[in-house]
Design a protein around this ligand. Structure first.
Ligand code: MN
Length: 331
């Protein structure tokens, strides 16, 4: 069975050298102090940069393909003036890597939401001449979320150029009580932040304005499949009671209908048969893709999970590669 993993992070030496020399925007200092602690040790840096080693590891695990993306939070903690050219240069390098290894690497472009018009132009370039497979946005940008009107050009471009938007977590914009015990990161804060962002897209009516948008969530949907029935139920209750007094747009669909129409989820970081079973019953195998989340998770454990978890042949084929081929336009 062909195996395609779709949340596989990397960086280039040039990107890290330039990015680590830039000033971080106010509010993102804590996250970037943490990220530089993660990115700087030579062994981890090598795991981000050395794609020949990545290919050898993929060969050992019979993993055919990795859809690569820049290590989070990408260009988003920098000023627009710094982030726009940084994204362009990174995407040029990523496209060159993908061209050198057809069938082994795909790529999700990085864009700078700080400048939505430049971001829209970069989406057009990524999906056109660069031949990439979609884009990754690492949740909030300077505390702003994609449902806010300023980002409409970005979402219009993603919809027009059929660029799936992988909405990847980052440290929550409102750090507050997440600050302690390692919780800003993937233990809890990441999921809370990305789940919040997805809920904003659903509840704001953004997906009525952009019905063709495809949003990809990692971590088997960032908790939303678990909550989905309650979200519908409480959304209807809130509309009946406080909806008129609070800014709650009238939606044309129930929240769960947007989740099943516009979202595709990946297995990144959750090798749990019970959670996968819930996800299958919530969205079905044609909206689930395999992902490892390398280099943060163990590729051997993730590929063993895909191979061994109880599934029908059709479910395993869909999760292993078929959904990714459809969503990301992989031949
Ligand atoms: Mn990740």
């Amino acid at each position: 069975m062909r195996v395609i993993a779709v949340e596989e992070h990397m960086a280039t030496e040039a990107f890290l050298r330039v990015a680590h020399g830039l000033d971080v925007v106010p509010g993102d200092e804590t996250e970037m102090a943490l990220m530089r602690m993660v990115e700087n040790p030579p062994d981890f840096r090598a795991r981000l940069i050395d794609l020949d080693a990545r290919l050898r590891e993929m060969d050992v695990l019979a993993q055919d393909m990795a859809v690569l993306s820049l290590n989070p939070p990408g260009v988003q903690p920098y000023s627009a003036a710094d982030a726009v050219p940084l994204a362009r240069e990174f995407n040029n390098a990523l496209a060159a890597i993908v061209r050198q290894h057809p069938g082994r690497f795909g790529g999700l472009a990085t864009v700078a939401p700080q400048d939505p018009v430049a971001g829209a132009a970069e989406i057009e370039r990524a999906m056109g001449p660069l031949g990439l497979n979609g884009i990754m946005i690492n949740s909030h940008t300077g505390g702003r979320y994609l449902d806010e009107p300023e980002f409409a050009p970005l979402l219009e471009a993603a919809e027009a150029h059929r660029a799936p938007v992988y909405l990847h977590p980052r440290v929550p914009s409102m750090l507050g009580a997440y600050r302690d015990y390692g919780m800003p990161g993937a233990i809890w804060g990441y999921q809370a932040e990305a789940g919040l962002h997805a809920m904003r897209l659903i509840l704001s009516g953004t997906l009525d304005r952009h019905p063709g948008l495809t949003v990809v969530l990692g971590h088997l949907g960032e908790g939303i499949p678990y909550w989905l029935r309650r979200i519908d139920n409480r959304h209807a209750f809130a509309m009946r009671t406080i909806g008129a007094a609070t800014p709650m747009p009238r939606l044309s669909l129930m929240p769960s209908e947007y989740f099943r129409r516009n979202f595709v989820i990946t297995t990144s970081g959750i090798d749990d048969p019970d959670v996968l079973d819930l996800a299958l019953r919530t969205v079905g195998e044609d909206r689930i893709m395999f992902a490892i989340d390398s280099p943060y998770e163990d590729p051997a454990a993730a590929t063993a999970f895909l191979r061994d978890v109880p599934l029908t042949d059709d479910q395993r084929t869909a999760i292993g590669h078929r959904t990714a081929e459809r969503v990301f336009g992989i031949a």
